[in-house]
Design a protein around this ligand. Structure first.
Ligand code: ATP
Length: 363
């Protein structure tokens, strides 16, 4: 079932929490609502669910207007950050809860409820824990039970609000993979709220980036990371190295730092944004770029060695970061305080006269 969000405006007294939201959530896909705290993600999710109403706008499910419908009549399932399982009920009773309280004419018979609960527990791979109580489960197991309970009603849409927020990093990662494979098997339409970029990029088919109650960009994770439309999205999606400078004679320059630009990049001021993987480190400047640094810190981040760099003879607000392989690191053994040069391979130029950043390639 697809979800169409049309012209949604939401106020809390005079504060505008959502500002003219227009969005399509495709059928059968996993969509992430990603944004900093207070950007309106939960409010939008609650409006989709029917837990909150908007002053203006419409919500359509596969073309059907559900704006005025009560949450009960929308066929949506929810999972929240805090599992909210009933402590006095077993796992199986928790999963059956939504079915047990249906009006008599809609309620399946006891054998069918039992069968459905067993099927759901198998699906979340916790059938062996059916008779346990929530207190006897780990956080990750509780969250899987919460998901099984949400799906017991066979909703066509599943809404998840920071579903893994309360769990430690390793369990989060496992549950993400598990949710993704479950989703690929069952193809329900899901929308989940997160403020974690990595989670949104790893898990979803489509990411909706929000800020201050507005949608900033909607794209696939790969597109979003490779071609952010705005500085906000660029910054929010991960580490970025920035050279702010003056543009003239085919060069962007600040202090001792400069980078040659392709033809057609003319403006007064501009910023060159580079992701860590778009930059190489060398011991000499090249003909295309002169970006001198001193090595400030070296740390091992799993498969990569992260080098933090302090500009030498020019300035930037935050240290630059470049990742190098362990074999490169061992071959060169760079030390803290060493001088080195960054060589951009790909970059993104923001300047006044461009509506969108221009992607540059120095290969
Ligand atoms: P978080 O990641 O912190 O949960 P969020 O992006 O989900 O944030 P919302 O919870 O949707 O943000 O809140 C958006 C804005 O609306 C915030 O500024 C919040 O303070 C405000 N807000 C949310 N609910 C209410 C309410 N019931 N009454 C008044 N203001 C509210």
């Amino acid at each position: 079932m697809s979800i169409e969000i049309q012209g949604i405006n939401k106020f809390f007294d005079r504060f505008q929490a959502l500002n003219d939201i227009n969005l399509t959530i495709p059928d059968g896909q996993l969509t992430a609502l990603l944004g900093p705290s207070g950007s309106g993600k939960t409010t939008l999710l609650r409006i989709i669910a029917g837990l909150e109403s908007a002053e203006q706008g419409r919500i359509l499910f596969s073309g059907r207007d559900v704006t005025g419908l009560h949450v009960r009549d929308r066929s949506v399932g929810f999972v929240f950050q805090h599992y909210a399982l009933f402590r006095h009920m077993t796992v199986a009773q928790n999963v059956a809860f939504g079915l047990d309280v249906l009006p008599r004419r809609e309620r399946p018979g006891k054998p069918e409820i039992r069968q459905r609960v067993n099927g759901l527990l198998e699906m979340v791979q916790l059938d062996h824990l059916a008779n346990r109580y929530p207190a006897q489960l780990s956080g990750g197991q509780k969250q899987r039970i919460a998901l099984a309970r949400a799906m017991a009603m066979r909703p066509e849409i599943l809404l998840l609000d920071e579903p893994f927020g309360a769990l430690d990093a390793k369990v989060r990662k496992e549950l993400r993979r598990w949710l993704r494979s479950l989703h690929d098997e069952l193809h329900f339409t899901s929308v989940f709220v997160t403020h974690d970029q990595e989670e949104a990029l790893e898990l979803s088919d489509q990411v909706v980036v929000m800020s201050n109650g507005s949608v900033e960009q909607v794209d696939s994770p790969l597109e979003l990371y490779a071609r952010p439309d705005s500085r906000f999205v660029f910054d929010f999606l991960g580490q970025v190295n920035v050279l702010s400078g003056t543009i003239g004679n085919g060069i962007i320059r600040q202090g001792d730092a400069w980078v040659k630009l392709p033809r057609g990049c003319d403006d007064d001021d501009g910023q060159l944004y580079l992701r860590p993987h778009e930059v190489r480190l060398t011991q000499q400047p090249t003909r295309e770029a002169h970006l001198p640094f001193r090595i400030e810190a070296i740390s091992v981040i799993g498969a990569e060695v992260r080098i933090e760099l302090k500009p030498d003879g020019w300035e930037c607000d935050e240290l630059w970061e470049v990742g190098i392989s362990h074999s490169d690191f061992n071959a060169r053994k760079p030390q803290r305080g060493d001088r080195c040069y960054a060589v951009p391979e790909v970059g993104h130029l923001f300047c006044e006269h461009l509506d969108e950043p221009k992607t540059l390639n120095w290969h």
